[in-house]
Design a protein around this ligand. Structure first.
Ligand code: PGA
Length: 258
């Protein structure tokens, strides 16, 4: 099954309102460079609505050419969860996607595979496409534990999903040692883990469903290294942090996945 590549910008906790709107407009204007690739912007949650307006995602008569996503959400529909937002709230603000289980949340905030799995179910129930992040830390890679760590995260974070639900998920492989460090995984290192993830997805769903699931690579992706990653058979896009904060470079990454 041919997979539509997906390149998402994870803006993390950067930019102010004005800069967020300007960046969104610049990506929207240049989006034609990456025709046939799903391009998604994930601003800080307080700017989601403004960015959605800037890219026209809330005008139902205009199919949004740039997708809108959030960087996190809570797994419950409402209630006493101070500081959190629900899946329905994100949909209400025009989101079609949500990043879940990013390593910064796993490491800094103690998010577990169980919590991520619960969030994935809530996101799917609300009609959001979850971008589920997994990836080993440097010490784990050096100890030869990469496959074991990633397998545990994939099985745990996608636990309890039906094949139909799994078909709607995007997985992002982000080796923690490559995030924000300028140390990108080699295409071979990335492909090795992407192939592992696809084989796990085949076990969890079926080989046919697994063949249709998009697996992004993330970790120091730049315009200069995107093409060699895109050339790998199981790399179907990128989750881009630092390089997504500038429209030209981000669009060049997206274009590499055409
Ligand atoms: P980076 O971040 O591109 O800045 O390494 C990627 C990510 O954390 O999603």
């Amino acid at each position: 099954m041919p997979r539509t590549s997906i390149v998402a910008g994870n803006w993390k906790m950067n930019l102010d309102r004005e800069a967020a709107i300007a960046l969104a407009k610049a990506v929207d204007a240049g989006r034609g460079q990456a025709e046939g690739v799903d391009v998604v912007l994930c601003p800080p949650s307080v700017y989601v609505e403004a960015v959605g307006t800037a890219i026209g995602s809330r005008d139902p008569s205009q199919p949004a050419s740039v997708g809108l996503g959030a960087q996190n959400m809570w797994d419950q529909p409402s209630g006493a969860f101070t500081g959190e937002v629900s899946a329905a709230m994100l949909v209400d603000m025009g989101c079609g996607y949500v990043i879940l289980g990013h390593s910064e949340r796993r490491v800094l905030l103690g998010e577990t595979d169980d919590l991520v799995a619960s969030k994935v179910k809530a996101a799917l129930a609300a009609g959001l496409t979850p971008i589920v992040c997994v990836g080993e830390q440097l010490a784990e890679r050096e100890a030869g534990q990469t496959h074991q760590v990633v397998s545990t995260q994939v099985r745990g974070s996608l636990a309890g999903l039906s094949a139909d639900q799994l078909a709607k998920v995007v997985v992002a492989y982000e080796p923690v040692w490559a995030i924000g460090t300028g140390k990108v995984a080699t295409p071979e290192q990335a492909q090795d883990v992407h192939a592992l993830i696809r084989s796990l997805l085949a076990e969890l769903a079926s080989p046919e469903v697994a063949a249709g699931i998009r697996i992004q690579y993330g970790g120091s992706v730049k315009a200069g290294n995107a093409a060699e990653l895109a050339a790998q058979p199981d790399i179907d896009g990128a989750l881009v942090g630092g390089a997504s904060l500038e429209a030209e470079g981000f669009l060049a990454i997206a274009a590499a996945f055409r």
